[in-house]
Write a protein that binds this ligand. Structure first.
Ligand SMILES: C[S@@+](CC[C@H](N)C(=O)[O-])C[C@H]1O[C@@H](n2cnc3c(N)ncnc32)[C@H](O)[C@@H]1O
Length: 237
């Protein structure tokens, strides 16, 4: 597994994994504690309490839930514990998608697996179709490292939600870097880097709130070292 301290930045200048990502090996390790794709630390099991927090928000309105990015099924398995009707999941990596199809067979609520980049799949989804959205993908290039969530949020999140629906999301690869280099206060980081794009997407300030949990990442984690994690709750009016 990756050696944290020795590792450089997650993305080199100009690096772009988009073309190779879909077919690249989904590297789940033996204890199923890490997922690596193209050498990137995509998902790690220590995040479980945080993933459960995101899932709890996304499922809080019941109904049809959209999840973007399946990873290790940590959030997805939590979503399934709530009283939801349907669980639509978008995933673009072949190996991760195979795991999603297997996982779906054993779930209590209807799962609709959608294969592909969300950039291709989401435009086909109808307006007002979802009561909850959990967006947790991974940057596929250096140029979208800190911004890919805004492409989804500004292009689609608002229109996909029914009135009263809820969005939650993260970009830990970005936030971990911001908290290493520019911010020591996670709420200030969120306020200064996330709220503006949420407002531009059509959400109202009074409908954007956050909760913060204490969670110490293991020292070898390459993308996150801050001891706190932030869960956004963004309601559509
Ligand atoms: C951080 S993991 C998700 C972890 C998940 N929330 C969990 O609890 O295990 C990100 C996932 O998003 C997928 N992904 C990355 N970019 C994507 C895109 N543009 N469209 C669809 N899936 C994407 C990756 O292949 C990966 O499986």
């Amino acid at each position: 597994m990756s050696s944290g301290a020795a590792a450089g930045p997650i993305f080199a200048e100009g690096e772009d994994c988009r073309a190779a990502w879909g077919e690249a090996t989904a590297g789940y390790d033996e204890p199923d504690a890490h997922l690596e794709i193209l050498g990137k630390p995509v998902m790690e099991r220590w995040e479980t309490p945080y993933m459960h927090s995101l899932a709890t928000v996304a499922a809080s309105k019941g109904g049809r839930v959209l999840e973007v990015g399946f990873g290790m099924a940590i959030a997805a398995s939590k979503v399934q514990q709530f009283d939801i009707e349907e669980h639509w999941i978008i995933e673009c990596n072949e190996g991760v998608f195979r795991r999603l199809e297997q996982w779906a067979k054993a779930q209590p609520h209807k799962v609709v697996p959608l294969k592909g980049l969300w950039e291709d799949v989401v435009p086909t989804l109808p307006d007002g179709h979802f009561s909850g959205i959990l967006y947790d993908t991974y940057p596929l290039s250096e140029d979208t490292w800190h911004t890919h969530q805004f492409n989804f949020i500004q292009g689609h999140a608002f229109r996909l939600l029914r009135p009263g629906g809820v969005l939650t999301y993260c970009n830990l690869t970005s936030w971990g870097e911001l908290l290493k280099t520019r911010y020591s206060d996670i709420e200030k980081m969120f306020e200064e880097t996330q709220v503006g794009p949420l407002l531009q997407a059509g959400f109202r300030r009074e409908n954007i709130s956050t909760s913060v949990m204490e969670l110490q990442p293991p020292p070898e984690c390459r993308y996150y070292s801050h001891p706190r994690m932030i869960t956004p709750t963004v309601l559509r009016h």
